[in-house]
Design a protein around this ligand. Structure first.
Ligand code: NAD
Length: 320
């Protein structure tokens, strides 16, 4: 990280749908002072930098936007990795692992060679395992290697609950935890609208709200990416905004709570696995993990999700 602490610099590796939705949202938000775009397809990165620069006259803040090389990561605060293959219609995230592992081997080493000492933020799927890959290759402290985790799933959940209860999603406090993928789970015992537990709202108005509707909502959250990919090939606006939210929490030293993917050190009875859990995020990355009082069934579901991630990691990566 830079000594002066004044210029906020983000390097984005992978200028596809996700990388560029993030870059565009960053520009609109004015969330950094400098943005470097890196891609194996250099011409694409150049074109994207030109296109964004042509919006600067209308942007909130001035910003230095360039297409660059890995050496440009040296003084970046955050390197955000969005490179790699994405899901085809019907494909799950875990099946991308081997292809994206090769991509990451070609990315993390040159970023480290640049002297980069900031925070890695990973969006590439399967995001929990790819984040563990970056941690493994880089040897960085785990607080500095973060995945987008279930940040987007949590936003999808809050949106759907907001619709169901007719309140602003910002006043819905509920998390999706575990794998960003098919085994993720929602601990309903922890879900609030305003300060009121959702289960109490259900008990108070059984004619209006039901447990089965909540189950349907959490299923729709898990299936959301499949539906969007079927309809328009890829998902990118939601994750672009989620990445901006994470980056702002870090650069602003906010100590905000977001469900990023982080390494568990015994929390929830899980060791070493990277999974989405509510974390305190600030200038040094993850400064704390919230250990929620999950009900037994919820804890079992969360642990099953983490165990699946651990198995995929051990089967596919660790021994090779
Ligand atoms: P995309 O195909 O549009 O873009 C991928 C980019 O990566 C391309 O520009 C490509 O040239 C670049 N790339 C490939 N190999 C590279 C390498 N070795 N070095 C540098 N750049 C390389 O894909 P996308 O739709 O932007 O998706 C990117 C990733 O994000 C996928 O893995 C996708 O599943 C994931 N994703 C994650 C979330 C989330 O919530 N975390 C949401 C949506 C998508």
């Amino acid at each position: 990280m830079k000594d002066n602490g004044f210029t906020k610099k983000i390097a984005i590796v992978g200028t596809g749908f996700v990388g560029m939705s993030f870059a565009y949202a960053l520009l609109c938000d004015g969330a950094c002072d400098e943005m470097v775009l890196i891609d194996v397809n250099k011409e694409k990165a150049l074109g994207e930098a030109m296109d964004l620069n042509h919006g600067l006259a209308f942007a909130k803040n001035n910003m230095k936007i360039t297409a660059g090389e890995y050496s440009d990561c040296a003084d970046a605060d955050i390197v955000v990795i969005c490179a790699g293959v994405s899901q085809k219609p019907g494909e799950d995230r875990i099946s991308l692992l081997q292809r994206n592992r090769a991509v990451f081997e070609s990315i993390v080493a040159p970023v480290l060679e640049s002297g980069f000492d900031g925070i890695f933020l990973v969006a590439t799927n399967p995001v929990d395992i790819m984040t563990r890959v970056v941690h493994h290759i880089s040897g960085f402290p785990s607080r500095k290697v973060i995945g987008s985790g279930t940040t987007l799933d949590t936003a999808r959940l809050r949106y759907l609950l907001g619709e169901y209860f007719s309140v602003d999603p910002k006043n819905v406090h509920a998390y999706v935890m575990g794998e960003h993928g098919d085994s993720e789970m929602t601990p309903w015992s922890q879900a609030l609208v305003g300060t009121m537990p959702i289960r109490e709202i259900l008990a108070g108005q059984p004619e209006k709200y039901s447990e089965s509707a909540l189950t349907e909502i959490s299923e729709n959250v898990t299936k959301a990416a499949y539906k969007i990919i079927q309809a328009k090939r890829a998902t990118y606006y939601g994750i672009g905004l989620a990445l901006v939210r994470i980056v702002k929490a870090i650069l602003g030293g906010e100590n905000s709570i977001l469900t990023v993917s982080t390494k568990l050190h015994g929390e929830y009875g899980i060791q070493d696995v990277f999974a989405g859990v509510p974390c305190v995020l600030g200038r040094d990355g993850v400064s704390g993990i919230m250990t929620l009082q999950l009900e037994d069934e919820e804890l079992a579901k969360f642990q099953a999700s983490c165990n699946l991630l651990d198995k995929v990691w051990k089967d596919s990566f660790a021994e090779k």
